[in-house]
Write a protein of this length. Structure first.
Length: 227
C-alpha cells in the first residue's frame, strides 16, 4: 500500500525522570502539528516543562476508536501527529494500538520514537534472564481470571513480566506464592525516580516485606521462568 504524506509518531515519554526524554522526541514534539495524548493535562505539563506549545487532543482507552477517525483525518491533510501516553511507550499497556492499526490500514506511515519503557528498565536491571521473556502486562481484576492466567504461565521458559499498581501488589504476591512458591521474584518500583528500588526474593519473603512496609509507586514484577 502506498504511504501518504501524513505521519503518525509514537513518542515515548519519561516514566519518572524527565531527563530521560530523547532529543529526537523533543524534535518531533516541536515539529508536529498535533499531540494526541492519553491525558492532555499531564502531557500539557510535559510540553510546558520543555517550553513547547502544541494543540492537544485527548486519546485514551475509552475514546480511542472515535479518536482514531479524527487522527486519520488529520493525517489525510498531510499533518504530523505525535501520539503520547502518560508515561513510556504508547501501546505497551497503554492506549495506542487501535490508532496504529487504523493508520497503517489507511496507508499512513507510522514511526516509533524510541525511549523510556518500564518493561525494559525493570527487566534489564532485575538480574533475571533477559534473553527470553514473556510480557503479561496487567492481570485481570477478577480473582478467578487472574489465577487462571497465572496457571497458564507455569510452563513458560522465559522471565515473566507483569505491571501492577500499589493497591494490588500484596494480592499479586499472595497469588504468586500459591502458583510459583519457589520462583525468584523481583519487585521494581519507582523506576527512574529518586526512590527507585529493587526487592528480590521468593514470593513469601516479598509478601512479608509488603505487609510490613507501605510500598508505593507503580510496579514492574518479574518472575523467573522454568529455566
Amino acid at each position: 500500500m502506498k504511504c501518504l504524506n501524513g505521519i503518525l509518531y509514537l513518542v515515548a515519554t519519561p516514566i519518572g525522570n524527565l531527563e530521560d526524554i530523547t532529543l529526537r522526541a523533543l524534535r518531533v514534539l516541536r515539529e508536529c502539528d498535533l499531540v494526541a495524548a492519553e491525558d492532555t493535562r499531564r502531557s500539557g505539563q510535559l510540553l510546558k516543562h520543555y517550553n513547547l506549545s502544541k494543540p492537544l487532543l485527548s486519546s485514551f482507552l475509552f475514546n480511542e476508536a472515535r479518536r482514531s477517525e479524527e487522527i486519520i483525518e488529520r493525517l489525510r491533510r498531510g499533518e504530523k501527529v505525535a501520539l503520547v501516553t502518560d508515561a513510556g511507550s504508547p501501546g505497551i499497556s497503554d492506549p495506542g494500538e487501535r490508532v496504529v492499526i487504523a493508520a497503517i490500514a489507511a496507508g499512513f506511515r507510522v514511526e516509533a520514537v524510541a525511549g523510556p519503557c518500564a518493561l525494559v528498565a525493570g527487566l534489564t536491571a532485575s538480574g533475571l534472564p533477559t534473553e527470553e521473556f514473556h510480557f503479561v502486562g496487567f492481570l485481570p481484576h477478577k480473582s478467578g481470571q487472574r489465577r487462571n492466567k497465572l496457571e497458564s504461565l507455569k510452563a513458560t521458559e522465559g522471565t515473566l513480566v507483569f505491571y501492577e499498581s500499589p493497591y494490588r501488589i500484596e494480592k499479586l504476591l499472595g497469588e504468586l506464592n500459591e502458583v510459583f512458591p519457589e520462583r525468584e521474584v523481583v519487585l521494581a518500583r519507582e523506576l527512574t525516580k529518586k526512590f527507585e528500588e529493587f526487592l528480590r526474593g521468593k514470593p513469601a519473603e516479598l509478601l512479608e516485606i509488603a505487609k510490613k512496609r507501605s510500598l508505593k509507586g507503580e510496579f514492574v514484577v518479574l518472575v523467573a521462568g522454568t529455566k
